[in-house]
Design a protein around this ligand. Structure first.
Ligand SMILES: [Zn+2]
Length: 75
């Protein structure tokens, strides 16, 4: 029953990135993506989302925005 040569164990899933049907088994190292390209795109999307929700405003450039020109203290 378990040994059915007509039914390979390979599962077909849809690539979450491009929607293309792809194999979900050891022959596909990029599963569940169809290719390494889609896999990379997925990682890029995650990274993008992380950047979109900044925990803190970034300092650095802002400090250059105010030039402190303190010549003398006018008393
Ligand atoms: Zn894909």
């Amino acid at each position: 029953m378990a040994n059915d040569p007509a039914a390979p164990a390979a599962r077909i899933v849809r690539c979450p990135i491009c929607g293309k049907s792809t194999r979900y088994d050891q022959t596909n190292p990029d599963r569940p993506f169809c290719s390494s390209r889609c896999k990379t795109m997925d990682i890029a999307q995650w990274a993008d989302e992380n950047y979109r929700v900044p925990a803190k405003p970034d300092y650095g450039e802002e400090e250059e925005d105010f030039p402190r020109v303190k010549d003398d203290e006018d008393d």
